[in-house]
Design a protein around this ligand. Structure first.
Ligand SMILES: [Zn+2]
Length: 315
């Protein structure tokens, strides 16, 4: 080991250099009490920024264009997680394939899975598709029930409440500010969500098929009926046999829309929609999925416009 002034260099670095470096936050000096928040997905980064205001510094890992279950891990994620006070995630194993291992690699015990800084925002949401037995057999991606609640407009209120609670739990001095931030955010989204419900009335009772089982909360909100999925099970590639069975069901049920998101293959849903005489609709799976869906609320609006346009064009 190299020695400097008789002290092994790494120890010297640990004593002198590293504390100095770690005290320098990226991007300039921190405000007193600034909370370092890392969000797995842009939906939660958006909410944390809106609720936390100046008290929080928010970093988001996913760009929003990825598959929620398979966000490619970049080396730049590790230093972000190393400095995090709170790690916000959807939970219900939505990020199971990429986030817990990253959090474990970040040398920050606070934000490891199950620790006080690891925050999942699903509590309070009426979980759809909860299985009888928790299992990841055959690549099952939804072992604890369906985790795609972020595209259900009805779920934003609960997600935001959980974000505010997590911020106040870490930074009690800011509790009043977070409460006010939450109230202001809800005052914006709640009337907007009610407008979505009214504008989405034509979707009531419409029968749809999705690529992945990612639309049950969206379907619940607008009263659409999900007849099936192109994937035989979440995360399992569509097979010719399964598609033939599904096409037969679709014909008897009068399916109008085949829905996929921006991260999924578009060719197969397009072909399948044509095969069954339905419209092919592309929605976004999280904030940031598309340029015009850069916030959680913008995503909900984008998805409604896409669904209504699909219904207009359905054969
Ligand atoms: Zn899924």
């Amino acid at each position: 080991m190299r020695k400097l002034f008789g002290i092994p260099f790494p120890s010297l670095a640990a004593l002198l250099l590293l504390p100095a470096l770690s005290a320098l936050p990226a991007g300039g000096p921190a405000l007193a009490g600034e909370v370092n928040v890392v969000a797995s997905v842009p939906d939660l980064g958006d909410m944390a920024s809106r609720i936390g205001g100046d008290r929080v510094k928010v970093t988001v890992l996913a760009s929003g264009r990825e598959d929620l279950h398979g966000v490619p891990v970049r080396p730049s994620f590790i230093p972000k997680l190393h400095k995090a006070d709170l790690l916000l995630s959807l939970g219900l194993d939505a990020e199971h394939a990429w986030l817990p291992a990253l959090a474990a690699d970040a040398r920050n015990n606070r934000i490891r899975e199950g620790r006080e800084g690891w925050i999942e925002v699903y509590p309070g949401i009426g979980i759809l598709g909860a299985p009888q037995v928790i299992s990841r057999a055959e690549g099952e991606q939804h072992p604890q029930g369906n985790p795609h609640f972020n595209i259900g407009p009805q779920c934003g209120r609960i997600m935001a409440g959980n974000v505010a609670r997590a911020l106040a739990g870490f930074d009690p001095d800011g509790a009043g500010a977070y409460e006010a931030g939450l109230a202001a955010y809800l005052a914006e989204i709640e009337p907007a969500v009610e407008r979505l419900r009214a504008e989405g009335a034509p979707l009531q009772g419409v029968k749809v098929i999705s690529y992945h089982a990612d639309i049950p909360y969206l379907a619940e909100f607008y009263g659409m009926e999900v007849v099936g999925t192109l994937e035989p099970k979440p995360g399992i590639e569509p097979s010719a046999g399964h598609l033939a069975e599904l096409a037969a069901v679709a014909a008897t049920r009068g399916v109008r829309l085949v829905i996929h998101n921006q991260a999924q293959p578009s060719k197969l849903p397009g072909q399948f929609a044509e095969r069954i005489g339905a419209a092919d609709v592309m929605i976004g799976n999280m904030a940031g999925a598309l340029e015009e869906a850069d916030t959680w609320l913008a995503l909900q609006r984008y998805n409604l416009r896409a669904l209504l346009a699909g219904l207009e064009s359905a054969p």
